[in-house]
Write a protein that binds this ligand. Sequence first.
Ligand code: SAM
Length: 253
Amino acid sequence: MGFEAGADAYDRFMGRFSRPLARRVVEALDLRPGQRALDVGCGPGVVTEVLVAALGADAVSAVDPTEPFVAAVRDRLPGVDVRLGGAEHLPFDDDAFDVAVASLVVTFMADPVAGLTEMRRVTRPGGRVAVSVWDHVHDRGAASTFWQAVRDVVPGRVSESSDLLWVEEHVEELCASAGLVDLRPAEETVTLTFASFAQWWDPFLLAVGPAGAYLASLDDGVREAVRRRAAERFGPPPFDVAATAVVVVGAVP
Ligand SMILES: C[S@@+](CC[C@H](N)C(=O)[O-])C[C@H]1O[C@@H](n2cnc3c(N)ncnc32)[C@H](O)[C@@H]1O
């Protein structure tokens, strides 16, 4: 899915959007001192860092199936218990945490209900689980202008894959199917200003995530046509890019 490109590439491509979102997702959990938190699908540690600032490294665990990300979190956030693994089989005991977070991750789980059920299992009764997904369904995600440009150039191509869009559209139902209760969905929008088109475009060439992986699969002519179309859509710089996520917080019964 394009996460092997490594931590620095991720930071440049998606971290710029996921960092401000991470603060909002963690705020929605209303953390208390002394609580223990798990970051599922931690990537290179964007949400983990916010959790560490709130609770201290000793109170935070993180897990991700992508090795370079696990290594980056070990390096960047000493003291955090970071493990290699996927959400569907979390390497933690029942009720080990007060809160569990998966920001921009449910879309990538092989089995979202299994992953969310595991997050419920490792969170104590009365604790909370928070998840977020970009709203690419309504063309409001972090990569929506990219996908709009792709659709202009490649007829019949939908944004992301239909599987990813299905998960984004049904994230609240997936949380309910995993046994989470008192679900509170909200929208969060982060806005970045780009001083030049290259500042926005160049990280797409790093082959990170579904958009970067798709771009890397195109031949040079189509890639260039997508670049030109995206530049036309934005108009002259500077320009703003707004990205909206659906954030769902649920309780563990
Ligand atoms: C878009 S990144 C989000 C990273 C980070 N949470 C953030 O907000 O920046 C998606 C992450 O999900 C991870 N991932 C992919 N499949 C997963 C699975 N089955 N369980 C947990 N994480 C998974 C990827 O390795 C990647 O780090």
